[in-house]
Ligand binder design. Sequence first.
Ligand code: SF4
Length: 346
Amino acid sequence: MIYVEEEILNHPRTLQIQSRFPDSEVVPCARYGEIFNRRAQHFRLQKRRPSLILARKHRNFVHDAPEGFGLAGARSFLFDPLLNCIYDCRYCYLQGMFRSAHYVVFVNYEDFQWAIEEKIRALPSQALWFFSGYDCDSLALEPVTRLAASFVPFFARFPQANLELRTKSTQIKSLIDMEAEPNVVVAFSFTPEEVQASLEHETPSVDRRIRAMERLQERGWRLGLRFDPLIYDPDYREQYRRLYEQVFGAVRVESLHSVSLGPFRLTGDAFKAVVRLYPDDALFAGPLEEEEGHVAFRRELEEEMVAFCTGELLRHVPEEIFFPGLSLAPAAPPASSSQPEGGPVA
Ligand code: SF4
């Protein structure tokens, strides 16, 4: 079933997306908030059979990234024409953020692009970074959304601005079919195989992600590596050492724009919401503590992990492209993030 807002029933992108699901019933609705985030919904049940909702976004197309997000010295912005993710990572704040597990696609990409262009023109002398993939995975639904296929050519017109697509997916065909753009970074997130298998449900394996990176590298794309979030395990040294051998056995340093480490973080509220959904998950019985409104691994463990992983990574990459301890992953939604418009907010 596909829910479609009445005002965009005939939007070309609506029709293009619908054409991929010729057997799905189309159900018109006034505003997507009627379906998404209703209080009676149960995220965990809905995650098993999510529906697609096509909607139009009316405001807040681009917002400032929260403090500490992004690369030091640059002005960072977030935009997300999608809400929710087809994957199911146990540490992800998205599980606690929306009551609904349905996927929302805002089909009016051009309005996002006008808002981005306005920012670029208003800040001509600053290094600007635009991130998608805060309320979603940038590429996981690419065959349906064509998000990269639309936004990469848009950013090609503005070489002074940069776009980061953040993903765990292997849906790279649109990028392979395009010329690599020097101001676009395709950043892949990794945890060790053991963590991927136990916490990153439905995601492509570490090996498949590396193979996707290799293909992009051959086509000249600039790549990013996000070892984020760091997950503690008594055997973490061996797990991360092996992961780095795997990744750097395939990905060349010359292809890399940046490598970052990010400790595990959830706001207290997001943590409670996720634990309510999955009370028996081993992650939440781990050595965690709450400090200054955030839940994280105990400080001494976190420092130990960051120090170890930094040492290991610097055996593979130069310091200039390495950003230890700088979180490039969200712990919580930004203040003006994509809360539903025109419907009840959870
Ligand atoms: S962490 Fe990323 S890939 Fe995993 S569920 Fe959240 S948005 Fe999706």
